[in-house]
Design a protein around this ligand. Structure first.
Ligand code: HBI
Ligand code: FE
Length: 297
């Protein structure tokens, strides 16, 4: 289904300041796909990628889940901005997913259609040096470094396709905001238990210089055992560290708990107030961090 471009930019303008997106959408096709044009990246941009990569790869041991660390190592993406086609070939072998190059954020409908077809949208532009530590819109470093490694895990790969199909349904049922919260608190900012302690698997954490430590050791945020309905009811922060992190036992739980038909939950949540990001409910299972956490690396 073709999403009206002007409509998309108008809704973004309402959502955020001015809604002017960084990317060049002029050459995007009806699914908002562009060619990556890998040869157009400059030596300075590859050098900035290496700087971002080197900083981040030092932070992941003892903080990111093993699946992420193993997949990232296999990607060999340290030397410069990756060529999506080459990575897609390896990814397709692993989990039947491909990467598609996009100018940046795409409409929800389009985003879900890609995920439902096992295509992951990756932004083609790279941040500027002055945005080294924080960027508003996802760039190629967030999308590639943060999201692509986990696509090599079969359970996550199937979960994301299921999420895309659920998104298309949610658009029809008015459940989009609930599903966006689910994505936010899992794929973007999720934590997972491991025998060595809590680990991060969310892309927004794993591609960030500061939040990757904060989410595991700060005493400020809450850490609550994952519960799909609770997550879909909870508001999130887009311009600061999270006030609550939700913790899954393993990826199978994420897949199993997001398999059911959410129609009844959307109807129920429609009559309940959304929860502020720092809420604590009587039924919540809070996960305490051991205060003397050894980073174990
Ligand atoms: N577009 N390129 C891109 N990447 C995203 O992560 C993304 C998007 N469009 C919509 C969107 N995410 C969210 O609204 C979904 O979580 C619903
Ligand atoms: Fe993301």
């Amino acid at each position: 289904m073709v999403v009206d471009r002007q409509e998309f930019f108008k809704t973004l303008a309402e959502k955020s300041d001015g809604g002017v997106l960084r990317g060049d959408y002029s050459r995007a096709d009806a699914q908002y796909v562009v060619t990556q044009d890998w040869s157009a990246y400059t030596a300075e941009q590859h050098a900035l990628w290496r700087k971002l990569y080197e900083r981040q790869v030092k932070l992941v041991p003892g903080r990111a889940c093993d699946v992420f660390i193993e997949s990232l190592a296999a990607l060999n993406a340290a030397d410069g901005i990756p060529d999506f086609e080459r990575v897609s070939d390896a990814l397709y072998q692993a989990t039947n997913w491909r990467l598609v190059a996009v100018p940046g954020l795409v409409p929800d409908q389009t985003f879900f259609e890609h995920l439902a077809a096992r295509r992951f949208p990756v932004t083609v532009w790279l941040r500027e040096l002055h945005e080294f530590d924080y960027i508003v819109e996802p760039d190629v470093f967030h999308d590639f470094f943060g999201h692509v490694p986990l696509l090599f895990n079969p359970i996550v790969a199937d979960h994301l396709q299921q999420y895309g199909m659920g998104g298309l349904k949610a658009l029809k049922l008015g459940g989009l905001k609930n599903l966006a919260r689910l994505y936010w608190y899992t794929i973007e900012f999720g934590l997972i238990q491991s025998p060595q302690g809590l680990r991060a698997y969310g892309a927004g954490i794993l591609s960030s210089g500061g939040e990757i430590e904060y989410c595991l050791t700060s005493r400020a945020p809450r850490r609550i055992a994952f519960n799909a309905e609770r997550v879909m009811r909870t508001l999130y922060k887009i311009d600061s560290y999270q006030e609550t992190y939700f913790v899954i036992q393993d990826f199978q739980q994420l897949f199993d708990e997001t398999a059911p038909d959410f129609t009844p939950i959307y109807a129920k949540l429609d009559h309940e107030d959304a929860l502020p990001a720092n809420s604590l409910l009587p039924g919540d299972v809070e996960i305490r961090i051991d205060q003397h956490r050894s980073l174990g690396y």
